[in-house]
Design a protein around this ligand. Structure first.
Ligand code: SAM
Length: 230
């Protein structure tokens, strides 16, 4: 096991199932677990937009069983449509990845998170299809084949009031970056050392440059003198 403390984030390189007893009972679980869809293919294109680590995701060869996480008071789990039959009644957050752009490829246009408890189902629209992205543009590379936008995980944080936020399947650390930006206490666990190192680096950067992922607003359009006079 390796442990890194970065700001209010505590990160473990370990198997989360072996750490279950150490996770505080009052934690809010916010995670994107391996879905059990045997993700093997490389996606993300070539060059600067390609995924750095094109390897199988640990745990993704078997159907995901969410049972061990369901006793926590607050739970948000992505990919839940893939294991919906193992979940009790809850509510849904749909991520509309096209955000108004016409459908254009063979990948899913929507992803679903299951949220523990009663309430309204919600939609979050945020373009994120290959190189077409509403955020985290500017030549940054993708670090993980199933990497989520920081903006999406920030939206998830609005669904949970408790502390700490725990992501037991942290991947490249997107939930931790969202927590660092929001000033929320975070515990992340990742079994793969390569992704763990990436998560540490991204979370460190998020503390060092709090506005790193904030898109700069487009410069105001100049009113042409001619237009203004008309
Ligand atoms: C779907 S990915 C999460 C990607 C993340 N949302 C991101 O933005 O980078 C799931 C991650 O869980 C990790 N994982 C699988 N089984 C694990 C286990 N038992 N303990 C800790 N991490 C595990 C995998 O290595 C993988 O990186």
């Amino acid at each position: 096991m390796r442990k890194e403390i970065i700001g209010d984030c505590t990160l473990y390189l370990y198997d989360c199932h072996s750490m279950l007893a150490d996770i505080p009972d009052n934690s809010a679980i916010v995670s994107d677990p391996p879905y059990g869809i045997a993700f093997q293919r490389g996606v993300g294109g070539q060059g600067k937009h390609s995924v750095r680590n094109r390897k199988a995701i640990v745990g993704d060869a078997h159907p995901f069983d969410p049972a061990i996480w369901l006793s926590f008071p607050e739970v948000v789990l992505w990919g839940a449509n893939h294991y919906a039959q193992r979940l009790p009644h809850g509510r849904w957050l749909a991520w509309d990845k096209l955000a108004g752009v016409p459908e254009y490829d063979d990948f899913s246009d929507v992803e679903f998170a299951w949220i523990k408890g009663r309430g309204k189902d919600r939609i979050f629209s945020h373009l994120w299809k290959g190189i077409c992205k509403a955020s985290e543009k500017g030549g940054k590379e993708r670090w993980h084949p199933t990497q989520k936008p920081v903006a999406l995980m920030e939206r998830c944080l609005k669904e949970v009031a408790g502390s700490p936020i725990v992501d037991p399947y942290m991947g490249s650390g997107t939930t931790g970056v969202a927590c660092a930006k929001a000033g929320r206490q975070f515990i992340g666990i990742e079994i793969d050392e390569g992704y763990f190192n990436i998560a540490c680096e991204r979370i460190r950067k998020a503390y060092a440059q709090p506005d790193m992922f904030v898109e700069r607003p487009a410069p105001p359009q100049q009113l042409s003198m001619l237009g203004a006079a008309e």
